[in-house]
Design a protein around this ligand. Structure first.
Ligand code: DHK
Length: 161
């Protein structure tokens, strides 16, 4: 069941916020690129924004690709949408993009840095073609914008491009 098909008045299924490799080191990792905000702070902010809009938010980070794929499979039927920063797997993982199709929910891709301005190997994303949209280069605020967009999208108020 998705938020769209939930009974009127029923609590929508939560949003799932996933972060891939090295994002557990936010705050110390290349602050000139990724800023000084920690992942804990990012998740707390996203939880607040989701709650303000009537959605729960579950979050997880891993440095292990198979773990991430397992979590995405398990999310089928359990979440209403997924926000994901796939980190370096953005540019390498067909398997991750395939897994993201399993839950059949809207996907929003987030990158803290502007990947288009960086090395050419960061210019291709396997995730972008299966995402509703991608937020890139807006710093850690991109996660909050993703929550705002996804909650509106799931509530039928947002763009359905
Ligand atoms: C995060 C990473 O870890 C990189 O591998 C990506 C992305 C960019 C980000 O900007 O959040 O290339």
């Amino acid at each position: 069941m998705t938020a769209d098909s939930a009974a009127p008045g029923a609590e929508p299924l939560p949003i799932l916020l996933l972060n891939g490799p090295n994002l557990n080191t936010l705050g110390v990792r290349q602050p000139h690129v990724y800023g000084s905000t920690t992942l804990t702070q990012i998740v707390e902010s996203a939880e607040r924004r989701a709650a303000e809009r009537g959605f729960g938010l579950r979050s997880a980070q891993t440095n292990h690709e198979g773990q991430l794929i397992d979590w995405i499979h398990e999310a089928r039927g359990q979440v209403s949408g997924i926000i994901i920063n796939p980190g370096g797997w953005t540019h390498t993982s067909v398997a991750l993009a395939d897994a993201l199709l399993v839950p059949e929910v809207p996907i929003v891709e987030v990158h803290i840095s502007n990947v288009a301005k960086r090395e050419s190997f960061r210019h291709h994303s396997y995730v972008s073609p299966i995402a509703v949209g991608t937020i890139t280069g807006l710093g850690v605020a991109g996660y909050d914008y993703a929550v705002q967009f996804l909650t509106e999208h799931l509530s039928g108020q947002g763009s359905r491009a």
